[in-house]
Ligand binder design. Sequence first.
Ligand SMILES: Nc1ncnc2c1ncn2[C@@H]1O[C@H](COP(=O)(O)OP(=O)(O)OP(=O)(O)O)[C@@H](O)[C@H]1O
Ligand SMILES: [Mg+2]
Length: 249
Amino acid sequence: MIRLNKISKYYNLDGYNKLQVLNDISVDIKEGRITVFIGKSGCGKTTLLKIIAGLLKPSHGSLSFKDRNKIKQALNIGMVFQDFSLFPWMNIKENIEFGLKIKNTPHSERNKIVSYYLDLIGLKKYENLYPNCLSYGMKQRVAIARTFATDPDIILMDEPFSSLDVVTKYNMHDFILKIQHREKKTIVFVTHDIEEAVYLGDDVYVLGKVPTQVKSYIKINLPYKGMNIRFSQEFNKIKKRLIEEMMTV
Ligand SMILES: Nc1ncnc2c1ncn2[C@@H]1O[C@H](COP(=O)(O)OP(=O)(O)OP(=O)(O)O)[C@@H](O)[C@H]1O
Ligand SMILES: [Mg+2]
């Protein structure tokens, strides 16, 4: 769906010095699958996501977009940022509704979609609360619902669960897989968490150190995803392989 073709990125540090963060990254992001980029802190994951989102320009290389066999200039992209970026002056319902209003979705359809997502994230009762009244995990669910509600062609997620306790994180993983099962979105997810990569990913790319290249690719074909798979031999075999890849970055 998106082809990253020899993407490199340099940042200008001052008038003279440049930092090369990404080096010649070529990857095909496939429709309806979860593509995970895993790499250590500072290796350029957010930079890469911002390039895919069109928020940053690559220094070299190009992106091409294809939607059901049509070449497109651009895709509708939704992004869940590292800090969620909810609007503090809007309640939960208004936050989820925001993108739909921007898209001029008619009122009745908007209500239906918002109601569907409030149900899905289990926050219907709280729809009138403002972000400052929500726990961290609740804010995350709102941010995710807000992004999915606009029905983007592709959803980019930047370490959305990195500061959660393990149980809440596991619940969020199942929440994402549940939505993914229903909605079949194309998702690009970046993380430094190995177990998260194995659990969520269909296609996993290991990023090296700056200037970052793709170090390896692992296709994950687990028979089902549910709590018990985390203890299975297959899961732990892939996890071990990823740990070895990450240790030798
Ligand atoms: N606007 C910028 N100007 C200069 N350097 C930058 C800029 N943005 C990021 N960098 C540098 O690029 C490198 C990669 O940053 P980036 O935020 O993409 O990494 P990351 O993998 O997302 O890190 P983390 O896991 O900590 O979120 C870092 O060395 C960072 O200091
Ligand atoms: Mg980052």
